[in-house]
Design a protein around this ligand. Structure first.
Ligand SMILES: Nc1ncnc2c1ncn2[C@@H]1O[C@H](COP(=O)(O)OP(=O)(O)O)[C@@H](O)[C@H]1O
Ligand SMILES: N[C@@H](CCC(=O)OP(=O)(O)O)C(=O)O
Length: 368
């Protein structure tokens, strides 16, 4: 069973529907104050907390008096710009009385896809947490265009959880968990307390949201669950609307827990994928095809070697067009690599005077 008790680092996602009253467009302050009390209690027990909060567009549209229904991209970006400042301000106001310092972190999808930005944002989060700050994260809606957006904060929250190495992610939602059908439309829908593996059958049960102010629905929550659990983080979906929702979850409120994959191979690949390469090997098209089929990289497929690396060091793998296709731990030094590139194992034995390893980078040590 999943639980919040004893969490080391927790990411909590707060959906727009919880924060902003649907009819008035106003912030639900009493609720937010109860959430702040929960955050303070968790921190006092040693859990670091990161909040991923939606609501900038919903708040901004109320302030600007924009009509209900879907907005043009420029309108939602303008609404986000107006709403975000209030959103962050509201968190600061409710957390400060507990002695908690807040920080606003706005990210885009590109930040997780561009390695330098990814590493940098991870380092910034780590620094904030080590200083005892509670980061309030949202998508940077004013710069993110449709093609480069998450668009929903479910996946963003999962990305934040994995990036920061959180062990728990909670999606506070307008539904108390995952059902085999949308429970707001089908009163006979069956509830799932725990999901260990997200199968295609489970995926087929997820539908859109019906709340009107949210973006995700259950489909993006399942995508988030996949990212989180693959990355070693348990994820819960629980009802956010009652006061003190995190305390209630700790006390056993209804929730669906998606359990982290415990496959050490996945954890190891994550670790390799996050390494900074010490060198680079360019490989030919045949080798690219072999790697894509899940095979190891052999010396015969290597055309060029760059950088200084020893055995076991991370090395970037570059395709014929100069595109980076992966990273892996090498079984040869850079000096050996220069000698043996393009050669087959029988020749390599003659060159090195010993048999050497068959693989230059073994598939278990490689992430594409
Ligand atoms: N299989 C399902 N189980 C539970 N909820 C579902 C399912 N399929 C669709 N939904 C809908 O997803 C909604 C939750 O997502 P969403 O409206 O985006 O809320 P949030 O603001 O919490 O992100 C539920 O209220 C429900 O209407
Ligand atoms: N970044 C957007 C969030 C998009 C959104 O509505 O997400 P959600 O309510 O979590 O489904 C905002 O702050 O308005």
């Amino acid at each position: 069973m999943g639980t919040l008790i004893g969490a080391r680092r927790l990411v909590v996602k707060i959906g727009s529907a919880l924060l902003v009253d649907r009819d008035t467009g106003q912030l639900r302050r009493a609720w937010l104050e109860s959430l702040a009390a929960d955050v303070a209690a968790l921190r006092a027990r040693g859990t670091q907390v990161i909040l991923v909060s939606s609501g900038s567009i919903a708040l901004g549209r109320g302030v600007l008096g924009l009509p209900a229904g879907s907005l043009a991209l420029e309108q939602s970006q303008a609404a986000a710009a107006v709403g975000q400042i209030r959103l962050a301000g509201a968190y600061e106001e409710v957390l400060a009385p507990h002695g908690i310092v807040t920080a606003q972190v706005l990210v885009t999808l590109e930040d997780s896809e561009n390695r330098r930005r990814y590493l940098n944002s991870r380092a910034t989060m780590e620094t904030l947490l080590s200083l005892g700050v509670t980061p309030i994260v949202n998508e940077n809606d004013t710069v993110a265009t449709d093609e480069i957006r998450y668009g929903d904060n479910d996946r963003l929250a999962a990305q934040v959880a994995v990036t920061t190495g959180a062990d728990k992610l909670v999606l506070l939602s307008d539904v108390d968990g995952f059902y085999d059908d949308n429970p707001h439309l089908n009163p006979d829908a069956k509830f799932f307390p725990v999901i260990e593996i997200i199968t295609p059958e489970i995926e087929a049960m997820a539908g859109d949201g019906v709340s009107g102010v949210s973006k995700g629905g259950m489909i993006t929550k399942l995508m988030a669950a996949r990212v989180a659990t693959d990355g070693g983080c348990d994820m819960a979906i629980t009802l956010g609307a009652p006061l003190n929702p995190l305390q209630k979850l700790e006390e056993g409120a209804r929730a669906t827990w998606f359990l982290a994959l415990e496959d050490p191979q996945i954890a190891r690949k994550r670790w390799i994928g996050a390494m900074k390469p010490k060198g680079e090997v360019s490989i030919d098209a045949g080798a690219v095809a072999a790697l894509q089929e899940g095979r190891s990289l052999l010396p015969a497929g290597i055309r060029l070697v760059n950088g200084r690396f020893g055995r076991g060091d991370p090395v970037a793998i570059v395709g014929p067009a100069g595109n980076r296709i992966g990273i892996g731990l090498t079984r040869y030094t850079a000096e050996e690599a220069h000698m043996i590139r393009g050669h087959r194992s029988a020749e390599i034995e003659a060159m090195l005077g010993y048999k050497g390893r068959a693989a230059f980078i073994h598939r278990d040590d490689m992430v594409l």
